[in-house]
Design a protein around this ligand. Structure first.
Ligand SMILES: [Zn+2]
Length: 364
Protein backbone atom coordinates (compact mmCIF):
# COMPACT_ATOMS: atom_id res chain seq x y z
CA UNK A 1 0.00 0.00 0.00
CA UNK A 2 1.30 3.49 -0.81
CA UNK A 3 0.18 6.41 1.33
CA UNK A 4 0.66 10.01 0.30
CA UNK A 5 -0.65 13.17 1.99
CA UNK A 6 -2.86 11.10 4.28
CA UNK A 7 -4.56 9.20 1.49
CA UNK A 8 -4.21 5.69 0.06
CA UNK A 9 -2.92 6.11 -3.48
CA UNK A 10 -1.97 2.54 -4.40
CA UNK A 11 -2.71 -0.99 -3.22
CA UNK A 12 -1.16 -4.18 -4.58
CA UNK A 13 2.11 -6.03 -5.18
CA UNK A 14 5.17 -4.80 -7.10
CA UNK A 15 4.84 -1.32 -5.68
CA UNK A 16 7.43 1.29 -6.68
CA UNK A 17 10.16 2.24 -4.19
CA UNK A 18 9.23 5.07 -1.80
CA UNK A 19 11.20 7.25 0.64
CA UNK A 20 9.76 5.68 3.76
CA UNK A 21 8.96 1.99 3.99
CA UNK A 22 7.28 0.09 6.83
CA UNK A 23 7.39 -3.70 6.71
CA UNK A 24 4.51 -5.19 8.71
CA UNK A 25 5.87 -8.74 8.38
CA UNK A 26 2.67 -10.25 7.06
CA UNK A 27 0.42 -8.80 9.77
CA UNK A 28 -3.20 -8.10 8.98
CA UNK A 29 -4.14 -4.58 7.88
CA UNK A 30 -7.80 -3.82 8.54
CA UNK A 31 -10.17 -0.91 8.14
CA UNK A 32 -10.42 0.91 11.49
CA UNK A 33 -13.12 -0.12 13.94
CA UNK A 34 -16.21 2.05 14.26
CA UNK A 35 -18.38 2.14 17.37
CA UNK A 36 -21.64 3.62 16.07
CA UNK A 37 -23.55 3.71 19.37
CA UNK A 38 -21.97 4.61 22.71
CA UNK A 39 -23.13 6.79 25.62
CA UNK A 40 -19.98 8.72 26.45
CA UNK A 41 -21.72 10.87 29.08
CA UNK A 42 -22.58 7.69 31.03
CA UNK A 43 -19.33 5.71 30.86
CA UNK A 44 -17.97 4.75 34.30
CA UNK A 45 -20.82 6.58 36.07
CA UNK A 46 -21.92 3.33 37.71
CA UNK A 47 -18.65 3.27 39.66
CA UNK A 48 -19.24 6.89 40.70
CA UNK A 49 -22.76 6.08 41.85
CA UNK A 50 -21.43 3.13 43.84
CA UNK A 51 -18.81 5.36 45.46
CA UNK A 52 -21.65 7.50 46.76
CA UNK A 53 -22.94 4.36 48.42
CA UNK A 54 -26.20 4.80 46.53
CA UNK A 55 -26.27 1.69 44.39
CA UNK A 56 -26.22 -1.96 45.23
CA UNK A 57 -25.76 -2.88 41.56
CA UNK A 58 -29.48 -3.41 40.98
CA UNK A 59 -30.39 -2.16 37.50
CA UNK A 60 -33.64 -0.37 38.24
CA UNK A 61 -32.32 1.33 41.35
CA UNK A 62 -29.54 2.85 39.24
CA UNK A 63 -31.95 3.96 36.50
CA UNK A 64 -34.14 5.77 39.00
CA UNK A 65 -31.09 7.49 40.43
CA UNK A 66 -29.82 8.72 37.05
CA UNK A 67 -31.85 11.99 36.84
CA UNK A 68 -30.68 12.87 40.36
CA UNK A 69 -27.07 11.99 39.58
CA UNK A 70 -27.28 13.96 36.33
CA UNK A 71 -27.81 17.18 38.27
CA UNK A 72 -24.40 16.74 39.95
CA UNK A 73 -22.50 16.53 36.64
CA UNK A 74 -20.12 19.28 35.61
CA UNK A 75 -18.46 19.82 32.23
CA UNK A 76 -15.18 18.73 33.85
CA UNK A 77 -16.62 15.55 35.43
CA UNK A 78 -18.25 14.49 32.15
CA UNK A 79 -14.99 15.08 30.27
CA UNK A 80 -12.94 13.14 32.84
CA UNK A 81 -15.05 9.98 32.56
CA UNK A 82 -15.71 10.28 28.82
CA UNK A 83 -11.98 10.49 28.19
CA UNK A 84 -11.55 7.17 30.01
CA UNK A 85 -14.13 5.59 27.70
CA UNK A 86 -12.60 7.14 24.59
CA UNK A 87 -9.14 5.87 25.62
CA UNK A 88 -10.60 2.37 26.10
CA UNK A 89 -11.94 2.41 22.57
CA UNK A 90 -9.16 4.21 20.70
CA UNK A 91 -6.45 2.06 22.31
CA UNK A 92 -8.26 -0.97 20.85
CA UNK A 93 -8.56 0.30 17.28
CA UNK A 94 -11.71 2.43 17.26
CA UNK A 95 -11.31 5.66 15.27
CA UNK A 96 -14.97 6.71 14.85
CA UNK A 97 -17.54 6.96 17.64
CA UNK A 98 -21.17 8.01 17.39
CA UNK A 99 -22.22 9.01 20.88
CA UNK A 100 -25.74 9.61 22.19
CA UNK A 101 -25.62 12.53 24.64
CA UNK A 102 -28.52 13.12 27.02
CA UNK A 103 -29.99 16.55 26.27
CA UNK A 104 -32.93 16.36 28.67
CA UNK A 105 -30.97 18.81 30.79
CA UNK A 106 -31.71 22.54 30.42
CA UNK A 107 -28.06 23.29 31.27
CA UNK A 108 -26.74 20.99 28.49
CA UNK A 109 -23.79 20.07 30.71
CA UNK A 110 -22.94 16.81 28.93
CA UNK A 111 -23.48 18.29 25.47
CA UNK A 112 -21.16 21.23 26.18
CA UNK A 113 -18.51 18.79 27.43
CA UNK A 114 -18.82 16.58 24.37
CA UNK A 115 -18.76 19.46 21.87
CA UNK A 116 -15.47 20.56 23.46
CA UNK A 117 -14.04 17.03 23.36
CA UNK A 118 -15.06 16.49 19.76
CA UNK A 119 -12.92 19.49 18.79
CA UNK A 120 -10.04 18.75 21.18
CA UNK A 121 -9.69 15.13 20.06
CA UNK A 122 -10.38 15.53 16.35
CA UNK A 123 -6.89 14.36 15.33
CA UNK A 124 -7.32 11.14 17.34
CA UNK A 125 -10.93 10.12 16.90
CA UNK A 126 -13.95 11.31 14.93
CA UNK A 127 -16.94 11.85 17.21
CA UNK A 128 -20.52 12.23 15.96
CA UNK A 129 -22.92 13.60 18.57
CA UNK A 130 -26.57 12.57 18.79
CA UNK A 131 -28.99 14.94 20.56
CA UNK A 132 -30.59 12.20 22.64
CA UNK A 133 -33.58 12.90 24.92
CA UNK A 134 -32.95 10.10 27.44
CA UNK A 135 -35.98 11.08 29.53
CA UNK A 136 -38.22 11.55 26.49
CA UNK A 137 -39.39 14.38 24.24
CA UNK A 138 -42.76 14.37 26.03
CA UNK A 139 -42.15 12.25 29.14
CA UNK A 140 -39.74 15.08 30.04
CA UNK A 141 -41.37 18.51 29.95
CA UNK A 142 -39.88 20.48 27.07
CA UNK A 143 -37.76 17.56 25.86
CA UNK A 144 -38.54 18.14 22.18
CA UNK A 145 -37.40 21.78 22.36
CA UNK A 146 -34.20 20.77 24.15
CA UNK A 147 -33.40 18.42 21.24
CA UNK A 148 -33.92 21.30 18.80
CA UNK A 149 -31.69 23.59 20.87
CA UNK A 150 -28.99 20.89 20.99
CA UNK A 151 -29.04 20.69 17.18
CA UNK A 152 -28.58 24.45 16.99
CA UNK A 153 -25.64 24.14 19.41
CA UNK A 154 -23.88 21.72 17.08
CA UNK A 155 -25.15 18.15 17.61
CA UNK A 156 -24.82 16.16 14.36
CA UNK A 157 -27.70 13.72 14.68
CA UNK A 158 -31.34 13.83 15.87
CA UNK A 159 -32.13 11.21 18.51
CA UNK A 160 -35.30 9.97 20.15
CA UNK A 161 -36.80 7.30 22.36
CA UNK A 162 -40.44 6.84 21.26
CA UNK A 163 -41.07 3.62 23.24
CA UNK A 164 -40.32 5.55 26.45
CA UNK A 165 -42.91 8.28 25.84
CA UNK A 166 -45.99 8.13 28.12
CA UNK A 167 -48.41 6.80 25.48
CA UNK A 168 -48.24 5.45 21.93
CA UNK A 169 -49.63 8.69 20.55
CA UNK A 170 -46.75 10.67 22.08
CA UNK A 171 -44.23 8.12 20.84
CA UNK A 172 -45.63 8.63 17.33
CA UNK A 173 -45.59 12.40 17.80
CA UNK A 174 -41.91 12.17 18.73
CA UNK A 175 -41.15 10.20 15.54
CA UNK A 176 -42.83 12.95 13.47
CA UNK A 177 -40.73 15.52 15.36
CA UNK A 178 -37.48 13.62 14.80
CA UNK A 179 -37.91 13.50 11.04
CA UNK A 180 -39.14 17.09 10.90
CA UNK A 181 -36.12 18.34 12.87
CA UNK A 182 -33.68 16.33 10.73
CA UNK A 183 -35.10 17.84 7.55
CA UNK A 184 -35.20 21.35 9.02
CA UNK A 185 -31.56 21.31 10.20
CA UNK A 186 -30.14 18.90 7.60
CA UNK A 187 -29.04 16.35 10.24
CA UNK A 188 -28.72 12.58 10.37
CA UNK A 189 -31.23 10.51 12.40
CA UNK A 190 -30.50 7.79 14.99
CA UNK A 191 -33.41 6.69 17.16
CA UNK A 192 -33.44 4.40 20.19
CA UNK A 193 -36.33 2.52 18.65
CA UNK A 194 -38.47 -0.20 20.24
CA UNK A 195 -35.86 -1.21 22.83
CA UNK A 196 -38.36 -3.52 24.49
CA UNK A 197 -39.54 -7.10 24.12
CA UNK A 198 -43.09 -5.87 23.51
CA UNK A 199 -43.99 -6.93 19.94
CA UNK A 200 -46.64 -4.19 19.88
CA UNK A 201 -43.95 -1.52 20.10
CA UNK A 202 -43.84 -0.64 16.40
CA UNK A 203 -42.36 2.85 16.14
CA UNK A 204 -39.85 1.46 13.65
CA UNK A 205 -42.72 1.03 11.18
CA UNK A 206 -43.59 4.73 11.39
CA UNK A 207 -39.98 5.94 11.35
CA UNK A 208 -39.23 3.83 8.30
CA UNK A 209 -42.40 4.97 6.49
CA UNK A 210 -41.48 8.61 7.04
CA UNK A 211 -37.89 8.33 5.83
CA UNK A 212 -38.99 6.16 2.91
CA UNK A 213 -41.41 8.86 1.75
CA UNK A 214 -38.86 11.65 2.35
CA UNK A 215 -36.11 9.62 0.62
CA UNK A 216 -34.08 9.99 3.83
CA UNK A 217 -33.49 6.31 4.74
CA UNK A 218 -29.78 6.25 3.96
CA UNK A 219 -29.31 9.08 6.50
CA UNK A 220 -31.39 7.28 9.15
CA UNK A 221 -30.53 4.60 11.70
CA UNK A 222 -32.85 2.63 13.93
CA UNK A 223 -30.92 1.49 17.01
CA UNK A 224 -31.81 -1.60 19.07
CA UNK A 225 -35.24 -2.50 17.53
CA UNK A 226 -35.41 -5.41 20.01
CA UNK A 227 -39.18 -5.79 19.66
CA UNK A 228 -38.67 -6.67 15.99
CA UNK A 229 -37.03 -9.85 17.27
CA UNK A 230 -40.35 -10.73 18.91
CA UNK A 231 -42.54 -9.71 15.97
CA UNK A 232 -44.65 -12.15 14.04
CA UNK A 233 -42.97 -13.44 10.84
CA UNK A 234 -45.73 -12.30 8.49
CA UNK A 235 -45.37 -8.74 9.81
CA UNK A 236 -41.56 -8.87 9.92
CA UNK A 237 -41.08 -10.00 6.33
CA UNK A 238 -43.51 -7.36 5.03
CA UNK A 239 -41.58 -4.73 6.96
CA UNK A 240 -38.19 -5.96 5.76
CA UNK A 241 -39.38 -5.42 2.22
CA UNK A 242 -39.97 -1.71 3.00
CA UNK A 243 -36.69 -1.40 4.99
CA UNK A 244 -34.91 -2.52 1.84
CA UNK A 245 -36.72 0.09 -0.22
CA UNK A 246 -36.08 2.92 2.27
CA UNK A 247 -32.36 1.95 2.75
CA UNK A 248 -32.67 2.55 6.51
CA UNK A 249 -29.73 1.33 8.66
CA UNK A 250 -29.90 -0.81 11.80
CA UNK A 251 -27.64 -0.94 14.83
CA UNK A 252 -27.75 -3.84 17.23
CA UNK A 253 -26.01 -3.79 20.62
CA UNK A 254 -25.61 -7.52 21.29
CA UNK A 255 -24.05 -7.58 24.77
CA UNK A 256 -26.20 -4.75 26.11
CA UNK A 257 -29.52 -6.11 24.88
CA UNK A 258 -28.75 -9.72 25.76
CA UNK A 259 -28.23 -8.38 29.28
CA UNK A 260 -31.21 -6.01 29.43
CA UNK A 261 -33.97 -7.75 27.52
CA UNK A 262 -35.94 -10.87 28.38
CA UNK A 263 -35.99 -9.78 32.03
CA UNK A 264 -39.71 -10.42 32.39
CA UNK A 265 -39.50 -13.74 30.59
CA UNK A 266 -39.14 -16.87 32.65
CA UNK A 267 -38.50 -19.58 30.02
CA UNK A 268 -38.24 -19.61 27.05
CA UNK A 269 -36.18 -16.42 27.49
CA UNK A 270 -35.70 -14.07 24.53
CA UNK A 271 -32.23 -13.06 23.37
CA UNK A 272 -33.11 -9.36 23.04
CA UNK A 273 -31.61 -8.98 19.58
CA UNK A 274 -33.25 -7.66 16.48
CA UNK A 275 -33.28 -9.84 13.31
CA UNK A 276 -29.59 -9.41 12.47
CA UNK A 277 -29.29 -12.65 10.50
CA UNK A 278 -32.36 -11.94 8.40
CA UNK A 279 -31.28 -8.32 7.73
CA UNK A 280 -27.92 -9.55 6.42
CA UNK A 281 -29.60 -12.18 4.26
CA UNK A 282 -31.98 -9.53 2.85
CA UNK A 283 -29.25 -6.98 2.07
CA UNK A 284 -30.40 -4.53 4.78
CA UNK A 285 -27.48 -2.72 6.42
CA UNK A 286 -26.93 -3.74 10.04
CA UNK A 287 -23.99 -2.98 12.35
CA UNK A 288 -22.90 -3.90 15.88
CA UNK A 289 -22.19 -1.39 18.67
CA UNK A 290 -21.07 -1.29 22.27
CA UNK A 291 -23.70 1.03 23.86
CA UNK A 292 -22.40 1.11 27.44
CA UNK A 293 -19.27 0.89 29.53
CA UNK A 294 -19.94 0.55 33.26
CA UNK A 295 -23.06 2.70 33.46
CA UNK A 296 -26.39 2.24 35.26
CA UNK A 297 -27.73 0.25 32.31
CA UNK A 298 -24.81 -2.16 31.93
CA UNK A 299 -22.15 -2.80 34.56
CA UNK A 300 -19.39 -4.36 32.43
CA UNK A 301 -17.75 -3.38 29.16
CA UNK A 302 -14.55 -1.99 27.78
CA UNK A 303 -13.68 -0.62 24.36
CA UNK A 304 -13.04 -3.97 22.72
CA UNK A 305 -15.17 -4.17 19.55
CA UNK A 306 -13.92 -7.73 18.90
CA UNK A 307 -15.73 -8.77 22.08
CA UNK A 308 -18.93 -7.23 20.71
CA UNK A 309 -18.45 -9.03 17.41
CA UNK A 310 -17.72 -12.33 19.16
CA UNK A 311 -20.88 -12.12 21.27
CA UNK A 312 -22.95 -10.81 18.37
CA UNK A 313 -22.16 -13.59 15.94
CA UNK A 314 -23.10 -16.16 18.60
CA UNK A 315 -26.35 -14.47 19.59
CA UNK A 316 -27.37 -13.81 15.98
CA UNK A 317 -26.22 -17.28 14.85
CA UNK A 318 -24.14 -16.03 11.94
CA UNK A 319 -21.19 -18.36 11.60
CA UNK A 320 -21.69 -20.29 8.37
CA UNK A 321 -18.67 -20.21 6.00
CA UNK A 322 -20.51 -17.62 3.85
CA UNK A 323 -21.52 -15.45 6.82
CA UNK A 324 -18.03 -15.48 8.38
CA UNK A 325 -16.66 -13.79 5.25
CA UNK A 326 -18.58 -10.60 6.06
CA UNK A 327 -18.62 -10.75 9.88
CA UNK A 328 -15.88 -8.12 10.25
CA UNK A 329 -18.11 -5.69 8.33
CA UNK A 330 -20.39 -5.63 11.41
CA UNK A 331 -17.81 -3.55 13.32
CA UNK A 332 -16.29 -1.71 10.35
CA UNK A 333 -17.89 -1.04 6.93
CA UNK A 334 -21.54 -1.49 7.94
CA UNK A 335 -21.01 0.94 10.81
CA UNK A 336 -19.38 3.48 8.45
CA UNK A 337 -22.55 3.33 6.33
CA UNK A 338 -24.68 4.15 9.41
CA UNK A 339 -22.44 7.15 10.11
CA UNK A 340 -22.59 8.30 6.47
CA UNK A 341 -18.77 8.42 6.31
CA UNK A 342 -18.41 5.89 3.53
CA UNK A 343 -16.82 8.44 1.20
CA UNK A 344 -13.72 8.73 3.45
CA UNK A 345 -13.74 5.27 4.99
CA UNK A 346 -12.21 1.96 3.93
CA UNK A 347 -9.13 0.32 2.50
CA UNK A 348 -9.49 1.67 -1.00
CA UNK A 349 -7.58 4.02 -3.25
CA UNK A 350 -8.51 7.65 -2.58
CA UNK A 351 -9.77 7.01 0.96
CA UNK A 352 -8.21 8.36 4.19
CA UNK A 353 -5.10 6.34 5.09
CA UNK A 354 -6.30 5.47 8.58
CA UNK A 355 -6.28 1.78 9.39
CA UNK A 356 -5.35 -0.72 12.09
CA UNK A 357 -2.80 -3.54 12.09
CA UNK A 358 -3.61 -6.79 13.86
CA UNK A 359 -0.97 -9.27 14.96
CA UNK A 360 -2.71 -12.29 13.51
CA UNK A 361 -3.08 -13.18 9.86
CA UNK A 362 -6.66 -13.76 8.69
CA UNK A 363 -7.37 -17.32 7.55
CA UNK A 364 -10.59 -17.94 5.66
ZN1 LIG B 1 -28.18 3.53 23.69
Amino acid sequence: MIVENGKIIHIGTNLPEYDEKIDLNGKLVMARYVDPHLHLDYVYTLSELEQDGAVSGILFEAIELWPKFKKTLTVESVKRLALKGIKDEVSQGVQHIRTHIDVTDPKFTALKAMLEMKEELKDTVDIQIVAFPQEGMYMYKGGRDLVEEALKMGADVVGGIPHYEPAREFGEKSVHDIVELALKYDKLIDVHCDETDDPHSRFLELLNAHVFMEDYGSRTTASHTCSFGSADDSYAFRMMDIFKKSKIHFISCPTENAYLQGRQDTYPKRRGLTRVKEFIASGINVAFAKDSINDPWYPMGNGNMMNILDNGIHLAQIMSPEEIKTNFDLITYNDARCLNIYDIYGLEIGKQANFIVLNEALCL
